[in-house]
Design a protein around this ligand. Structure first.
Ligand code: HEC
Length: 159
């Protein structure tokens, strides 16, 4: 919904440019009178390019902002993922790096960079403690809390 407020100024600028361009003799039109047709075409392409491409890229990428702290976040995470985010901050962020919550822990691996984070992999890491070599404490969370963190991490890690 908030994306409208971001797009509206671009739309208005685009419409304004069109209005100026199509106005009758006089005014800004004379400013452009000496310029070649090719230059005018170039300007049109640039305006359309910026006005359409930038919002299109933002729209196309908004799914990636799920659960993130980004101010352009548009996807509202489920209650479970939200709970997992809170639990991750409290329980895991001290040891792990995860960009989605600005976690910068260095004792454990960077969860954005160690391959695909499936919920099962995270659940297993919580249950047995990492890969089971006694380097990460086992059983930090149980049941629905562990599941919530697994859902959250798998949704945001590496994105
Ligand atoms: C005391 C520090 C510490 C805490 C707290 C901690 N971890 Fe870890 N974690 C580690 C270390 C160290 C490793 C690497 C050791 C290993 O892979 O066995 C690791 C590994 C992992 C891995 C990678 C396992 C794999 O498949 O390679 C995942 C996923 C993980 N942790 C998730 C979590 C989650 C989720 C939490 C919060 C519930 C958490 N960790 C809390 C230290 C920690």
């Amino acid at each position: 919904m908030y994306i409208i407020f971001f797009l509206l100024p671009w739309l208005l600028i685009g419409l304004g440019v069109l209005a100026v361009g199509f106005r009758g003799p006089g005014g800004p039109r004379q400013l452009m009178a000496g310029t070649s047709a090719g230059f005018k075409l170039l300007m049109l392409v640039i305006y359309l390019g910026v006005g359409l491409t930038v919002p299109a890229i933002v729209l196309a990428n908004r799914g990636k902002a799920e659960g993130a702290t980004n101010h352009l976040q548009t996807v509202v995470p489920s209650a479970q993922v939200q709970k997992g985010k809170t639990l991750f901050r409290a329980t895991c962020a001290s040891c792990h790096t995860l960009a989605a919550v600005n976690a910068r822990g260095v004792i454990g691996p960077d969860l954005d960079r160690i391959g695909t984070m499936t919920p099962a992999r995270v659940l297993s890491a919580i249950r047995i403690g990492g890969t089971g070599q006694n380097r990460m404490p086992a059983g930090l969370l149980q049941g629905s809390n562990a599941a919530a963190v697994a859902a959250f991490v798998s949704a945001v890690a590496g994105k």
